[in-house]
Design a protein around this ligand. Structure first.
Ligand SMILES: [Zn+2]
Length: 467
């Protein structure tokens, strides 16, 4: 079995890395592949076995202390053999193992790193600008310039302020950019004649970075790690974001339209008002426990249509949650899908109203009116409380009319209400002669409405709880 020596590093500062130590007399290995992997990992100093039979890239960014020579070994990033199905995140700190931990096929154990540098020591935006001018560096910046800035910033990207810089076409792959500030920076594709050079962030560690409003359109960001990064209002359209990790990141208001989200991890990611128009959402996209906000509403960045036109994206999300068995969210996205269809019809109607084509206008109305009725009556079969509300409205309205206009029923409102309720549920409905004939016909009408609404209620209620 191939054996790979790990890199020896200095003992990490407390709470800067995920460090594993062994406890008691147990002398390893720390990790053992549960289904027979292809790789052994050994101490870079004394060749002690630290991880046995695991797969390349199953453990990344984790530091282990050799139980024999007490040197610290770093599991640096290596490209996984297969796309990880499940990621297990370790926080920063020290973990003590008293026995080997099994590593299952498709799992990836990932450590976290934080630099601890006194605040105010990092290069500010002004200092970066001064450095660029002093050295005659023009934009867009290259990888070498960014590496020089990281070296100047105490060998860390933490709080290094690269805001509003032109980084188009830059290659930042396999870099640790944790904590970098990239507010409103431009990493859009770089057009050179007809050749388009996308910025490359593959495998970069960009955790805890402040990237508000960053432009990453058409960039390749495969397997980059954005854990806890701030990406509010960012522009990531048409980017290749496959296998990127947005664990606990903030993508509020971000624009990911047309992005490839295959195997992208959105666990605990803030997704409120995110734009996903024409994004590639497949079953390997990790959307469980994403935070959508109370309305489950997607954003729309198309300024020419100020309406919610994400019907296709809602349908993709509905299918995803259906397959994942997360049925309460299926209902939310089903509702949004239909509400969006109604919005699209309204957009079409506003166009037709300008052309003043009567036939087309009526065609639109015949689409919109049933949608409005379905939405207010039962929320497209997802809101059973709305039906209860309409039940109450109809019973009360009929009761009021009986009370006002019927000489028999106007003795007390309770009587009118009982007659109305009886007719509605068709339980006490009768045609006794003492009731005036108009009220008997009204009761018949009410019974029809009652049968319809009660059936609708049952279907909606059952669908909600037995999906
Ligand atoms: Zn050792």
């Amino acid at each position: 079995m191939p054996r790979q020596k790990l890199n020896i590093i200095d003992e990490p500062q407390p709470l800067t890395r995920s460090v594993i130590k062994l406890q008691g007399n147990f002398d390893g290995p720390f990790f053992v592949g549960a289904e027979g992997g292809t790789q052994d990992y050994i101490c870079g100093n004394c060749s002690q076995l630290l991880a046995a039979r695991i797969w390349s890239g199953s453990i990344i960014y984790v530091v282990v202390e050799c139980p024999k020579c007490h040197h610290f070994n770093d599991f640096a990033y290596t490209k996984p053999t297969n796309l990880p199905i499940q990621q297990i995140q370790l926080t920063t700190g020290t973990f003590f193992f008293a026995s080997s931990s099994p590593v299952r096929l498709g799992h990836q154990i990932e450590g976290m790193s934080k630099s601890l540098m006194p605040s105010g020591m990092a290069l500010s935006k002004i200092q970066v600008a001064k450095y660029l001018i002093d050295n005659g560096i023009t934009q867009p910046l290259t990888r070498d310039v960014v590496l020089a800035l990281i070296r100047k910033n105490n060998n860390s990207a933490l709080d290094l302020d690269l805001s509003e810089l032109d980084l188009r076409g830059i290659d930042l792959s396999n870099l640790d950019l944790s904590g970098v500030i990239l507010k409103n920076s431009n990493l859009n594709a770089y057009t050179d004649g007809i050749k388009i050079i996308p910025s490359n962030l593959n495998n970069s560690l960009v955790s805890h970075a402040d990237m508000q409003g960053v432009h990453l359109n058409a960039a390749t960001i495969i397997s980059a790690n954005f854990t806890s990064a701030n990406l509010r209002n960012s522009h990531i359209t048409g980017a290749d974001v496959r296998s990127a990790n947005f664990f606990e990141a903030d993508l509020t208001n971000a624009d990911l339209s047309g992005a490839n989200l295959e195997a992208t991890n959105f666990t605990l990611c803030q997704m409120k008002n995110i734009c996903l128009t024409q994004s590639r959402i497949v079953q390997s996209t990790m959307l469980a426990n994403a935070v959508w906000g109370p309305q489950y509403k997607l954003g729309n960045k198309n300024k020419s249509i100020p309406r919610d036109t994400s019907e296709y994206a809602y349908r993709q999300l509905k299918i995803w949650h259906q397959n994942a068995g997360l049925y309460d969210l299926v209902g939310e996205f089903h509702f949004r899908e239909w509400a969006s269809r109604r919005e699209i019809q309204l957009s079409i109607l506003s166009v037709e109203l300008k052309t003043k084509r009567i036939g087309a206008i009526f065609g639109c109305l015949s689409q919109i009116i049933p949608l409005y009725i379905a939405e207010s009556l039962c929320g497209y079969g997802e809101r059973w409380r709305r039906i209860v509300f309409w039940d109450a409205v109809i019973i009360t309205l009929f009761a009021v009319s009986y009370f006002i206009w019927s000489p028999i029923l106007n003795k007390s409102f309770v009587n009118a209400l009982l007659y109305s309720g009886g007719s509605f549920t068709t339980l006490g409905f009768n045609l006794q002669n003492t009731i005036p004939s108009w009220a008997r016909f009204a009761g018949l009408t009410e019974a029809f409405a009652g049968i319809f609404l009660n059936s609708l209620f049952l279907i909606t209620f059952i669908r909600k709880w037995t999906r």
